[in-house]
Design a protein around this ligand. Structure first.
Ligand code: FES
Ligand code: FES
Length: 154
């Protein structure tokens, strides 16, 4: 499986969920297990840039596509802007949901550089936060968008 641009040999059944291949075989534990049923978003990765639930996606189905995980967040300009905004605004509470939140936010800002509140809510609706950090997540996405556009932060 190609993970963060590197081909990683995997000796698992094809129907193994990518989540377990990442966590248990490759030791990449940044991607979290929440529900295992596609309901919480904690396991969000990108498959060729599209936000995808790793708990429901099999290794076989990924084929030659590139899987991106939270471990590669700092490799992109959008990811770095989100990391900075998350730190500046103290977005995180317990942190458990946040790798999934950041992967969904990265996918959003990579195709929409100035999302409205409604667009943010739609893009992030599959990511549940039991700590209720939704207001700060939205603010973090807006701050990252402003930083990426070069406009001063209000
Ligand atoms: S663990 Fe995949 S959506 Fe909850
Ligand atoms: S920060 Fe605790 S679940 Fe989201």
């Amino acid at each position: 499986m190609k993970v963060n641009g590197i081909e990683r040999p995997l000796d698992v059944d094809g129907d193994t969920p990518v989540l377990w291949a990442l966590r248990d075989v490759l030791g990449m534990t940044g991607t979290k297990f929440g529900c295992g049923m596609g309901l919480c978003g904690a396991c969000t990765i990108h498959v060729d840039g599209a936000p995808t639930r790793a708990c429901l996606t099999t290794v076989e189905s990924v084929g030659k596509a590139n899987v991106s995980t939270i471990e590669s967040l700092a490799a992109t300009r959008v990811g770095r802007a989100l990391q900075k905004a998350w730190l500046d605004l103290d977005v995180v509470q317990c942190g458990y949901c946040q790798s999934g939140q950041l992967m969904s936010a990265t996918a959003l800002l990579s195709k929409n550089t100035a999302p409205s509140d409604e667009e943010i809510d739609a893009a992030m609706s599959g990511n549940v936060c039991r700590c209720g950090t939704y207001v700060r997540i939205r603010a973090g996405i807006k701050e990252a968008a402003r930083a990426l556009s070069g406009k001063a932060v209000a």
